[in-house]
Design a protein around this ligand. Structure first.
Ligand code: 2NL
Length: 356
């Protein structure tokens, strides 16, 4: 067998044996590349005796074409095989169930405060906010709770370390100081609610040292107790979604209101059901803003009147959703949050259409 035939047989065998596109490319380089075996023989054609040169040249070129054709045919086959293998490996089963969702939930406290903003917003109230760290004056004195007054003892206040010459500071024990700031900062008429964090040094099954309140304040000329009653009744019936929720007003005492009233709603003590059952549950404190409080923020009590009320956000949330325990509210336990949290995709609108 001639060296040309030998090269042809060897090259074609190597093409057939190549098991992937990379191996096939290696065969092409080894035979037809710059220093490939066939290229080498073509380069050496000049050394061949002139009478053999034409025939050998034709034979070498024929082998070159043959090998190139074989390479191309094999490449088409190998590429098809590799594509088929990839399609199989990267196959996607579109009938599989989707992975479990990774959405978070809205915390019940946030949702309740959103609901309150929606209900009071429909009555013309704006939302006001203020600092968690307050001066003693905004938190107590302005609200007619002077230094050494016994009412201060009820608040289990967190005091901040004092600085000589600077006003004494506390973590606010209620959201009332925000209403003081509102009255100092803008002219009446005023209608605001103040949902927010509050702090008291008290920790047991029914008290957290950090909790939330929502207070409301109205300052206008000619405001009476009747406006307070109507506003509170409308709010409670909208919030609990019970159009005929029984509401009872009881005389009480707060230093910052006169007269003051505690407000109860009807429920069933045994089942916990709201709106029926003949028992009463205290839910809110309220009153007409004390003339001294108005004077403390520079308002003439003979011109301006107003009412205010306050409630615990955790408490009304637990009642509405039947939550038995306050403690998990701030544990950040993902199971509790999944169970009691709200979807961000389900906006609150229950108060629409609730009426007496
Ligand atoms: C309760 C009682 C109440 C107020 C809060 C208030 C605020 C100003 C002036 C007068 Cl600036 N009053 N707030 C009034 C009555 C009751 O809260 O039991 N809260 C949980």
């Amino acid at each position: 067998m001639s060296d040309v035939d030998e090269l042809k047989t060897g090259a074609l065998a190597a093409v057939t044996a190549a098991s992937d596109v990379r191996a096939l490319e290696a065969v092409r380089v080894a035979v037809l590349g710059k220093s490939g075996t066939l290229t080498q023989l073509l380069k050496e054609l000049g050394k061949t005796a002139p009478e053999e040169r034409r025939a050998r040249g034709a034979a070498l070129n024929a082998v070159k074409d043959l090998v190139a054709t074989a390479l191309e045919a094999r490449r088409v086959v190998l590429e098809a095989e590799e594509l088929a293998a990839r399609l199989m490996a990267e196959r996607m089963d579109v009938s599989l169930p989707p992975p479990p969702d990774a959405f978070g939930t809205i915390h019940p406290i946030s949702r309740t405060m959103e609901e309150m903003a929606a209900i009071f917003g429909a009555m013309g109230f704006a939302v006001a906010e203020g600092p968690d760290i307050e001066t003693d004056w905004h938190n107590f004195s302005a609200l007619n709770i002077p230094a050494h007054h016994p009412a201060r003892d009820d608040h289990d206040t967190f005091y901040l370390p004092g600085t000589a010459g600077a006003p004494s500071r506390v973590l606010r024990t209620h959201t009332s100081p925000v209403q003081i700031r509102t009255m100092l900062g803008q002219e009446p008429p005023i209608r605001v609610i103040v949902p927010g964090r509050t702090f008291r040094s008290d920790h047991d099954a029914t008290h957290s040292p950090m909790f939330h309140q929502c207070e409301a304040l109205v300052i206008e000329q000619g405001i009476t107790l009747a406006h307070l009653k109507g506003c509170v009744i409308d709010f409670l019936r909208a919030y609990f979604g019970i159009g005929n929720l029984p509401v009872r007003f009881r005389a009480s005492y707060f230093p910052f209101t006169e007269p003051s009233m505690e407000i109860d709603i009807g429920w069933n003590r045994r089942t916990g059901e709201l709106g029926a059952g003949g028992d009463w549950l205290e839910i809110l404190g309220s009153g007409m803003v004390h003339p001294k409080v108005l004077a403390n923020v520079g308002l003439d009590p003979r011109v301006w009147q107003g009412f205010a009320f306050g409630m615990g956000v955790e408490r009304v949330t637990m009642l509405k959703y039947g939550m038995p325990d306050l403690r998990p509210f701030f544990d950040s336990d993902i199971r509790w949050l999944k169970h009691y949290g709200f979807s961000a995709l389900a906006p609150y609108m229950a108060h629409e259409g609730v009426s007496a």
